[in-house]
Design a protein around this ligand. Sequence first.
Ligand code: UD1
Length: 420
Amino acid sequence: MYIIQGGEALSGKIRVQGSKNSSLPILAATILNGKKNTICHVPKIKDIEVMNQILSHLGANIAVKDNVLEIDSKNVNKFDVPEHLMRKMRSSIVLMGALLGRFGRAKVSYPGGCEIGPRPIDLHLKGLSLMGVDFSGGHGFLNAKTDGLKGADIHLDFPSVGATENLMLAAVLAEGTTIIRNVAKEPEIVDLQNFLNRMGAHVKGAGTDTIKIEGCRIEDLKPVNNYTIIPDRIVAGTYLAAAAITRGRIQLTNVISEHLEPILAKLRETGCVINSRNGEIELYVDRPLVSLDSIRTLPYPGFPTDMQAPMMAFLATVEGTSILTETIFESRFKHAQELRRMGADITINGNTAIIKGVKQLSGAIVEAKDLRAGAALILAALAAKGETIVEGASYVERGYENIEGNLAALGAKIVKKDKI
Ligand code: UD1
């Protein structure tokens, strides 16, 4: 749990961690070359620990030193992802594409992860079927098998991030050309493409609607030395929202402001002052803020669903009525009920939240039920009067490296405790 005494305006400078959502598919990609890869700026978070445990189980040798991971996939000789680990993290589904590429086989359970509504994998399975994969299963397991992946022309019904990554990974060692249309355009997809190409793969088009991959043989793939993961735009956005909710002033280093533009645009609309230059972003508040009459989560470059909860916490403190619509995930409003316990005035109507800003949130005992909800509750606590206890630190630790240390360095009164 986090114990937070609210009321301190944040001030100071922090360096943003590497991206979780880039690191995970890139770690999966190390299976493909059967060689030693060194990856830098990997965040020290629970989801990465789970991914490392899975890769070790499969036979990879892993050395971790600070934020540098060395992964040698030469001795990978298993293709089953243990159920207890798969259940901890839905994104482990991307291992399927890499395992099918290297071994033509993969056995996974239906994936777990945060409880944010039904998260099907039909788009992953449809695409892989077109590439020549047969699926069988039962009792929560899925066996995937192919006599050889074949290039295919795949149109995704929705630009799913995970499906785009899984199909890219499968296509690297497929025979012939794969074209994936209506793909996700998130910066993390571009990062994966860059990593794969550093390995010797032929991937083009990431960041646009269509990705084309010319398949190659494992002998053509090289080790990757010192690949640096991009900064985490959601973590950066969370710290900016923390500065905004406390009406403080902070600078972030290690950011790519273009990736943050959809978030910065909305923060600016409320009246926050944001300056960005040379890989740094500064945010401060020097005037009364205004509510947002329309904010919708959308695939990139729209406003990210992962920032929806932190943004809701912030808007709960901004005078006037804000309307926030979640279009990516069902049931991603569980934090609203906890924010209400802290005095927020939020009404949920289907996939829309109507947020009436209040003058002052107040401390309470609240519980995070998913990663970003946890971040949102911490933010609300920073602005609340009195003490707040945020339970569910294990969710927050899935994605934020040392959030309590970073916020404390910015002047927040926050400590993490295992038990009272
Ligand atoms: C990734 C991110 C997550 C982010 C999300 C949306 C990682 C590790 N996680 O998750 O932080 O919130 O993108 O930006 O990168 N869907 C289907 N069928 C499928 C796949 C997805 O219907 O086969 C639906 C999902 O249920 C959801 C929507 O598509 O409603 C978006 O999912 P997707 O883009 O796949 O998200 P993830 O890759 O799971």
